[in-house]
Design a protein around this ligand. Structure first.
Ligand SMILES: C[S@@+](CC[C@H](N)C(=O)[O-])C[C@H]1O[C@@H](n2cnc3c(N)ncnc32)[C@H](O)[C@@H]1O
Length: 256
């Protein structure tokens, strides 16, 4: 499955909204060393740089296309191709930011405490993850994958993502190891011009990736046509052709 910075940034303003909300809850006054893990095309890193102008910031991402886009956007910062699951930089960090990434990384039970262990005392882990697998945009993706000539090819597609657990789970996992946990869930409502086709474009940049990667071009076209038709029933168009896309997200700011 390969990420495309061009497809992902088609909805950059909407995708940036939770970054601001997440950074807004970080109380660490003095951030000298920070990491943006799963930095994508550098949009979250740019927000981090804007907030902490003098920090030493590194961005890592497993996608070469995303890292190339991030380097182009912020040539003065350090970006490296790396996988969060095997990333070994011990820090210690004043801030680790991970926006819209960790739902792609397995084993949160081990991962979250391991990330907190790389924080300096008083440092923060700031995480936001889409919590939208029960939304029609995802259930329809799974339904169409299971009911088509591609069913065998797509049998494992939904396992590419890690289930995001609820707030109680992460709170229980981390309390006792850290000084404070601020955890909340928000549903954004994004108005997208262009009806169901715009919702397809949105998910082509993220959630659809594991469903489209195994398909050949003709299957991909057929899958997307069926998906768009199904979305049109689930997300009715307003009079001007706009659809309102509800998007639930889980946030946590953990202070060591
Ligand atoms: C939805 S984008 C988020 C980009 C950016 N952080 C933002 O705030 O918009 C998810 C990014 O996570 C990266 N990613 C997914 N799994 C990863 C992993 N195991 N290690 C590193 N990066 C990963 C993808 O390559 C992609 O760039």
């Amino acid at each position: 499955m390969s990420w495309s910075s061009a497809q992902y940034t088609k909805f950059e303003a909407e995708r940036n909204r939770p970054i601001g909300d997440l950074l807004g809850r970080i109380r660490a006054p003095d951030v000298r060393k920070a990491a943006d893990i799963g930095c994508g095309p550098g949009n979250s890193t740019e927000a981090l740089r804007y907030r902490y102008r003098h920090a030493d910031i590194i961005g890592i991402d497993s996608s070469p296309d995303m890292i190339a886009a991030a380097r182009k956007r912020l040539p003065a910062l350090r970006f490296e191709i790396d996988d969060i699951a095997t990333w070994r930089d011990p820090g210690p960090f004043d801030l680790i930011l991970s926006n819209a990434v960790l739902h792609w990384v397995p084993d949160h039970t081990a991962l979250m405490p391991a990330l907190c262990a790389r924080l300096r005392e008083g440092g923060c882990l700031a995480v936001q993850m889409p919590d939208n697998l029960e939304e029609p945009a995802h259930s329809l993706m799974r339904d169409i994958a299971a009911d088509g000539p591609w069913a065998a090819k797509l049998a494992g597609a939904s396992r590419a993502r890690t289930d995001v657990r609820d707030a109680n789970y992460y709170y229980g996992l981390l309390r006792g190891r850290v000084a404070a946990i601020d955890i909340w869930r928000t549903i954004y409502f994004h108005p997208l011009a262009g009806g169901a086709a715009a919702v397809v474009e949105w998910f082509k940049g993220s959630g659809l990736l594991p469903f489209l990667a195994p398909l050949d071009p003709a299957e991909r076209e057929m899958f997307l046509a069926r998906y768009e038709e199904a979305l049109a029933g689930a997300y009715p168009e307003l009079e001007d052709g706009t659809v309102l896309l509800p998007f639930p997200r889980l946030f946590m700011v953990v202070t060591r």
